[in-house]
Design a binder for this molecule. Structure first.
Ligand code: CO8
Length: 255
């Protein structure tokens, strides 16, 4: 793989975006490598969490402007440009974005495609597409608005200004802000914790939380109750509850 580096430690798979010369700008080849690499791991019961990260300077400074610039509208439409990112959001294993430095445009959108964002105190988020004569195209107007509300989303998207990590946490975009040298250790600790739980429960939990952003309360509550019922078919439910009653740690198997 040319544009990403992948390492597995225990049940956690970490993806390092790796185009340092262009601040990890997201081109089609990177997207394809990422989705193709993670798809089989998503189905692997031995993998319980993905971490997506960049460099100290940039998580990703956006979609690759050099790749996009010469394209015509017809080409973008015919190729369904960047529709391949749907393959990333379709992954069911929990995903944490560990963001240091710039997360701009498509980079901010990629972080928002993850289930949780942890930010270094150096992180800066933005949707500066307006400065390029376009608008966000892989979820910025939709996910950012759901996460931070209309007021902040309009402010960011219409002015193109950047948000620092503290404001991003205060606004609900980011789960935790940590000192830069703690970003990967703290992200790994959370990832290992998530990965140690039953994978079926973790996959179901993130799906249920995502529903809250998509459907009305009544429908969301019904979905939650039904998948809660369904988890009683798993060995992990039996083991988790039995372990509690026997006052011992649970040993989840993902079945
Ligand atoms: N694409 C391509 N190359 C980039 C990008 C990018 N997004 N960002 C940075 N680079 C390159 C620069 O061109 C530069 O290359 P070179 O050394 O060859 O000149 C190198 O990375 C380093 O960048 P800078 O010299 O600019 O570094 P600075 O520290 O001065 O500035 C910034 C850092 C502020 C991050 C600056 O690089 C910047 O503004 N980058 C662009 C940010 C941006 O506008 N991002 C949004 C892109 S558009 C987008 O994401 C739309 C997604 C929707 C697609 C929808 C399809 C359907």
């Amino acid at each position: 793989m040319e544009y990403i580096k992948i390492e597995q430690r225990g049940r956690v798979v970490t993806v390092h975006l790796h185009r340092p010369e262009v601040l990890n700008a997201l081109n089609t080849a990177l997207m394809t490598e990422l989705v193709d690499a993670l798809r089989p791991l998503d189905r692997d019961p031995a993998v319980g969490c993905f971490v997506i990260t960049g460099s100290e300077r940039a998580f990703a400074a956006g979609a690759d402007i050099r790749e996009m610039a010469p394209k015509s509208s017809i080409e973008m439409f015919a190729e369904d440009f960047f529709a391949g990112w749907d393959g990333f959001t379709a992954l069911r294993t929990p995903k944490i974005a560990a963001v240091a430095g710039y997360a701009l445009g498509g980079g901010c959108e990629l972080a928002m495609m993850c289930d949780i964002i942890f930010a270094a105190d150096t992180a800066r988020f933005g949707q500066p597409e307006i400065t390029l004569g376009v608008i966000p195209g892989i979820g910025g107007t939709q996910r950012l608005t759901r996460l931070v509300g209309k007021a902040k989303a309009m402010d960011m998207i219409l002015t193109g200004r950047l948000m620092d990590a503290v404001e991003a946490e205060r606004s609900g975009l980011v789960a935790r802000v940590v000192p830069a040298d703690q970003l990967l250790p703290q992200t790994m600790a959370a990832a290992e914790m998530i990965a140690a739980y039953g994978k079926l429960a973790a996959m179901t939990a993130r799906e249920a939380v995502d529903r809250a952003l998509e459907v009305g309360l009544r429908e969301g509550l019904l979905f939650e109750r039904r998948v809660f019922h369904a988890l009683f078919a798993t060995e992990d439910q039996t083991e988790g509850m039995q372990a509690f009653l026997e006052k011992r740690p649970a040993r989840f198997t993902g079945r």
